[in-house]
Design a protein around this ligand. Structure first.
Ligand SMILES: [Zn+2]
Length: 350
């Protein structure tokens, strides 16, 4: 086939053009036969723009069954399968070029174009993500409103405990976390080894569910405030931006606000799950296990119970005496089930 040059792209080809070209390529195996794709060697690489990620051409579908010719180094002979669609603004052409070959021949210009492609891709994904979240804002609001009392209730309890019984949480946390809430001890088995020594084995004496309640950082409300603010922000449009117009200011704004919104919902879901786990510390079983085995938690005494909707903790540790009597109020609020739409949205981070 004779080489062709179509200098028709004075401005960046549309996303629609690239999508249709990609479809043509995957069905025919001929990236170079789509309308207005040039097969001649690029003359001027200044301002090179990559329009696609790395594409593997299904060359078995080609009429010749051979590799794709490379406009840069081998315009008339089979050469490669993995390439990128590229726009050469100075030539006003688009060519499908071999990945490795372009890197070798174009050097820094290719590296820069690749970085720009990644940035454009990221911005477009954040825009789409924003649209998806924005389109479900009512459901998101409803879910967040039902999750916040649970998240805040358990955190408030922890904050009060830290105020009234400082260092109690840190005194017990690391021993509980060491074995994921299990309290274990060496217990004499009754067996005697060859040297006549008593045999001992490590035995699980109990499990304290919800021990994450004592973790450092649980009392901070910063993470929640940040996620809630990012969700509120969805009510305000992102600045208009498209890949054709390089607009640094709009791009920085989309990156900052888009990223915050991207993770906000999954953050709230994780906070809710953590709050539900923490609530288990208020179960009879968890409290009784801690009381029974308080010595193994480094406490010389422990009283921990619920009395008329108040949590009472009285303890003595190497840090001194601790006493707290806290109203439970919403600390035991029933958690909402996470609706399916919210699960899907939370997981679909860009
Ligand atoms: Zn080449």
């Amino acid at each position: 086939m004779p080489l062709v040059t179509h200098p028709v792209f004075a401005s960046r080809p549309s996303d629609e053009f690239v999508t249709q070209w990609a479809r043509h390529t995957s069905t025919t195996g001929h990236p170079e036969t789509f309308d207005n794709v040039s097969t001649s060697r690029p003359q001027n690489i200044e301002g090179l723009v990559l329009l696609s990620g790395e594409i593997e051409v299904p060359v078995q579908k080609r009429t010749d069954g051979e590799d794709v010719p490379c406009p840069i180094c081998s315009p008339e002979k089979p050469k490669f399968r993995h390439g990128r669609m590229a726009w050469f603004p100075s030539d006003q052409t688009v060519q499908f070029i071999g990945n490795r070959c372009a890197r070798r021949h174009f050097g820094d210009a290719f590296t820069e174009a690749e970085q720009r492609f990644k940035m454009v891709d990221r911005l477009q994904r954040l825009q789409r993500r924003w649209g998806a979240l924005r389109g479900n804002l009512d459901d998101i609001h409803e879910f967040v409103q039902s999750a916040l009392p649970v998240i805040n209730g358990i955190r408030t309890l922890r904050q009060r405990l830290d105020e009234n019984a400082p260092k109690f949480a840190s005194a017990v946390y690391w021993r509980l976390a060491r074995e994921d809430g299990q309290i274990t001890d060496l217990v004499v088995t009754g067996a005697i080894d060859q040297r006549g020594n008593q045999q001992a084995a490590r035995v699980v004496l109990g499990v304290v569910e919800g021990y994450e309640f004592f973790e450092a950082g649980l009392s901070s409300s910063l993470e929640t405030a940040r996620a809630v603010a990012a969700i509120e922000d969805l009510g305000t449009d992102l600045p208009a931006w498209s890949a054709e117009a390089a607009d640094g200011e709009a791009e920085r704004e989309i990156l900052a606000r888009g990223r915050a919104a991207d993770t906000a919902l999954s953050d709230i879901v994780s906070m809710l799950e953590r709050a539900v786990r923490c609530q288990r510390i208020l179960s009879q079983q968890s409290m009784a296990t801690m009381v029974t085995h308080h010595a193994l938690l480094g406490l010389s005494s422990l009283e921990m119970r619920i009395e008329t909707n108040q949590l009472i903790i009285r303890a003595e540790s190497f840090e001194g005496n601790h006493f707290a009597r806290e109203l439970l109020s919403t600390s035991r609020a029933q958690a909402p089930t996470v609706p399916n739409t919210i699960w899907l949205l939370a997981r679909g981070s860009a």
